[in-house]
Design a protein around this ligand. Structure first.
Ligand SMILES: NC(=O)c1ccc[n+]([C@@H]2O[C@H](COP(=O)([O-])OP(=O)(O)OC[C@H]3O[C@@H](n4cnc5c(N)ncnc54)[C@H](OP(=O)(O)O)[C@@H]3O)[C@@H](O)[C@H]2O)c1
Length: 324
């Protein structure tokens, strides 16, 4: 099973982690995106993920305003996982806030995580009222005080990532990760400079929405009506409409063909492609609405794609996404 170092740290993470936005409890704007999961299902999703070799979890302050962090910690406690035995990544919410809030809100984050230390602390997106260097200086303070082990950003462009990297470097520290939307249906980081810059600076790309929010499983191609029964705004998004589904269908068919030969699923092949194509630079954090999703997604850690399979997927996905 594949493990990589997070940025230039010694922290070893499985190439697939668990995205915990789905644990938001249906609260707040971001929480209403997903169904409200039962506590038992959250615990089961975590249990299966750990059993299959996943050793890290991505959550955020904005996911139900702390409810995702609390649910994650609750599940880990129920499973008797010792603090320090798993890697925890969470994110500060920067909107309408200055960098000082990184420090002043930190105790709330640790309280929500109930004894599980924050390993990777990320800026959720570049929306703060303070400059990137100011934000990085506060993150550097947390690193210096050993309150966190690594600093990450999310949704940062190549230039913003470089600015964050430089600010931390001035304090003798390193930017470990940039969490970006990346999947076979959204490859923009390959042509906007983010992936190239990450490779140059030794920064891990954490791919979010790696299944294009369920599309790469092929289930919405088979049953397009199903999205209407899901809570949240996905049903209104262009990519879930018939026209987009038809455009992507050849890619789903290719994934299905490769999957069937290996007794796997299109979703698993899509995840395997993502964590293989760029060596150790890219890791993925699929979210799960059900325990069976967690099982399937974690199993992708053990798939081996041939170079021919990687190239065929690569070529067709580029034809589809470049034409967007
Ligand atoms: N930094 C950021 O700005 C940002 C933004 C978005 C997400 N994230 C992080 O990235 C994580 C993952 O992204 P995401 O949740 O947007 O998208 P995703 O992982 O691509 O999709 C997750 C959804 O796809 C469906 N699904 C998952 N596994 C499946 C499987 N094996 N078979 C069939 N369907 C499956 C489920 O929804 P249905 O069953 O309802 O279809 C699930 O809730 C989040 O949990 C969060 O931690 C970060």
């Amino acid at each position: 099973m594949k493990k990589v170092n997070l940025g230039n740290t010694k922290i070893r993470i499985s190439s697939i982690g668990l995205g915990c936005w789905q644990f938001s409890g249906g609260k707040g704007i971001s929480g209403r995106y997903w169904p409200k999961l039962k506590v038992n299902d959250v615990t089961e999703i975590i249990r299966i993920s750990l059993k299959q070799g996943i050793n890290w979890f991505d959550t955020a302050e904005i996911y139900g305003w702390g409810r995702s962090e609390t649910a994650l910690a609750g599940g880990l406690h129920a499973l008797k996982v010792k603090p320090g035995d798993v890697v925890i990544a969470t994110k500060w919410f920067p909107l309408f806030r200055r960098a000082g809030s990184i420090i002043s809100t930190f105790p709330k984050r640790t309280a929500a995580l109930d004894g599980y230390p924050i390993d990777l602390y990320q800026i959720h997106f570049p929306g703060s009222l303070s400059t990137i260097p100011s934000q990085m200086n506060k993150m550097a303070d947390l690193l210096e005080q050993q309150k966190i082990k690594a600093v990450g950003v999310s949704n940062f462009s190549a230039g913003q990532m470089r600015a964050a990297y430089k600010a931390l470097a001035r304090r003798g520290m390193h930017l470990s990760s940039n969490q970006m939307r990346y999947s076979l249906l959204d490859r923009s980081i390959e042509w906007n400079g983010v992936l190239e810059t990450a490779k140059e600076l030794g920064i891990t790309i954490i791919a979010y929405s790696p299944l294009a929010q369920g599309l790469l499983s092929g289930k919405y191609h088979e049953h397009p009506e199903d999205i209407k029964s899901r809570p949240g705004p996905r049903k209104f998004l262009k990519q879930f409409k018939q026209k987009s589904l038809e455009k992507n269908r050849p890619l789903i068919e290719l994934l299905r063909g490769i999957a069937e030969k290996k007794k796997k699923t299109p979703a698993q092949i899509a995840l395997s492609w993502l964590i293989t194509r760029h060596g150790d630079t890219v890791v993925a954090i699929p979210g799960a609405s059900k325990p069976s999703h967690a099982q399937s997604n974690a199993e992708a850690l053990n798939i081996r794609l041939t170079s021919d399979e990687i190239e065929r997927i690569d070529k067709l996905s580029l034809e589809i996404t470049r034409g967007k």
